[in-house]
Ligand binder design. Structure first.
Ligand code: GDP
Length: 454
């Protein structure tokens, strides 16, 4: 356990109902007793874990800061695994700061970013993947992201990794057992059994890796662009999706001359959505800059919503857009379905198409479903274990590559020692993922991304 007792304001710095000052470490209770005075006169040091006291946050000289509630947690049954006191004061910046000052004056040190969670990890309360899930829970952009992060917080990643690691350890052990009898014929090793074990590990790690990109779409959001020629209803669609008047909607072509960006939640997906300038042939210098930007944004987006006005015949500008989107992850949004359909949409055969009325809201559910499908979110099952970040992904890929190489090496008759080295490499990558063998630098890097007080 760490020597120092740390403290920080764990709630956002702003005005709200309450602010919580968290204190963790072996002196948490005695320090809190100098800064908190219970109405009952009881000392926090004499209280059991999971109990609360009502009273006031006070300074060292006994002067009152604010009405407060203190919650006591006893090691190891606390977030950090240490003694913890959480003092709740009114949610103003000044009461929280004054209370924290008092806690520092009583002997606590300033908690660095993520230090509470880092202590939880170091004290064995959670593995590294669970600790990382805390960042994702705090920053969840939508309910699906929260669900994924909660799966990780419940230890799903750690459990899957442990199962694979155990299998690999067994595989390595059976290889080692055989290597102890080098004079025996290779037939002495149950080759089929060995291959099956290694293949099972390979399949399990591949399954984990396969959900990563869909998971990232849910967790981070998908860069998406709305494109189309002027006046087809791009801004109206953007506004319908985002539920506000973020883009200017007018009857005059060429109004959205630059890119308007907003985050919108569509089903289980958060889109980082850009409404771009209408793409058309133009001699207007400023408009053509907007058109070039729109084309660049189209190229840089993971998802394109290409809007067409089906109440009018398609023209050369529509054809140009069809050409621009043909190799993209794209939905052709056939807009103005509330008006009589005039356009011949045969040029869009082979594209994902959805008919909508951006103005009246028709077809929006079908569009949301298509968006989720194209972003892979629809493929994620509620019980899927999803890797949360690039660090976890790169460890998993390293493990997978080493397992695949081990399989190949074994089949092609390479010495068993070499196969063992590859299996060890896979095991090490997995232990790094769960944090059981992560270096100090890796751990530092992870907790640097946390906020103070977490
Ligand atoms: P943009 O230039 O592509 O961004 O087009 P706007 O969103 O500014 O829309 C151009 C015009 O089309 C406006 O008058 C909108 O009200 C109208 N509009 C957009 N979507 C629809 C729709 O679904 N149905 C009908 N009838 N009109 C629409």
């Amino acid at each position: 356990m760490s020597e120092s007792t740390i403290a920080a304001i764990s709630t956002p710095k702003g005005e709200g109902g309450i602010s919580v000052i968290r204190i963790s470490g072996s002196d948490a209770l005695s320090i809190a007793d100098k800064c908190f005075s219970a109405v009952s006169g009881k000392k926090l040091c004499d209280m059991k874990g999971y109990t609360a006291a009502f009273g006031a946050a006070v300074r060292g000289d006994g002067s009152r800061i604010d009405e407060a509630v203190a919650l006591v947690f006893r090691a190891p049954k606390s977030y950090t695994g240490e003694d913890v006191v959480e003092i709740s004061v009114h949610g103003g910046i000044v009461p929280a700061r004054e209370c924290l000052k008092s806690v520092f004056a009583a002997g606590a040190c300033f908690a660095r970013a993520g230090e509470f969670t880092k202590r939880a990890f170091l004290n064995g309360k959670m593995d590294l993947a669970e600790a990382e899930s805390v960042i994702e829970i705090i920053g969840a952009k939508n309910a699906a992201a929260l669900r994924l992060a909660n799966g990780a917080k419940e230890g799903r990643i750690g459990k899957d990794i442990e199962k694979i690691t155990e299998k690999l350890l067994l595989t390595a052990a059976s290889l080692a057992a055989y290597s102890d009898f080098p004079d025996e014929d290779i037939e002495g090793l149950d080759q089929e059994h060995f291959s099956a074990m290694i293949e099972e590990s390979e399949a399990a790690i591949s399954k984990l890796i396969s959900t990563f990109h869909s998971g990232q779409a849910v967790l981070l959001g998908v860069p998406a662009a709305i494109v189309g020629k002027p006046n087809v209803g791009k801004s109206t669609l953007m506004n319908m999706l985002s539920g506000n008047e973020r883009s200017i909607v007018t009857k005059h072509a060429g109004t959205t001359r630059d890119i308007v960006e907003t985050q919108v939640n569509v089903g289980d997906i958060t889109l980082v959505l850009s409404d771009t300038a209408g793409i058309r042939e133009t001699d207007d210098e400023i408009e053509s800059i907007g058109v070039s930007r729109a084309i660049r944004r189209l190229d840089g987006s993971a998802l394109v919503l290409a809007v067409f006005d089906i109440s009018k015949p398609f023209d050369g500008d529509d054809e140009r857009i069809i050409d621009l989107i043909k190799d993209k992850n794209c939905i052709a949004v056939l807009n103005k379905s509330d008006l009589p359909k005039v356009a011949d949409c045969s040029a869009l055969a082979g594209f994902n198409t959805v008919e909508v009325s951006a103005k009246l809201g028709g077809g929006m559910d079908a569009l949301a479903k298509k968006i989720e499908e194209l972003c892979g979110a629809a493929a994620l099952l509620p019980d899927d274990t999803v890797l949360l970040n690039e660090r976890q992904y790169s460890c998993a890929v390293r493990a997978k590559n080493a397992i695949s190489e081990a399989k190949e090496a074994f089949c092609s008759g390479v010495t068993l020692d070499a196969v063992t080295v590859l299996i060890d490499e896979a095991i090490n990558a997995l232990l790094e993922l769960s944090g059981k063998k992560a270096t100090g630098e890796v751990v530092e890097e992870i907790f640097k991304n946390f906020c103070i007080g977490k």
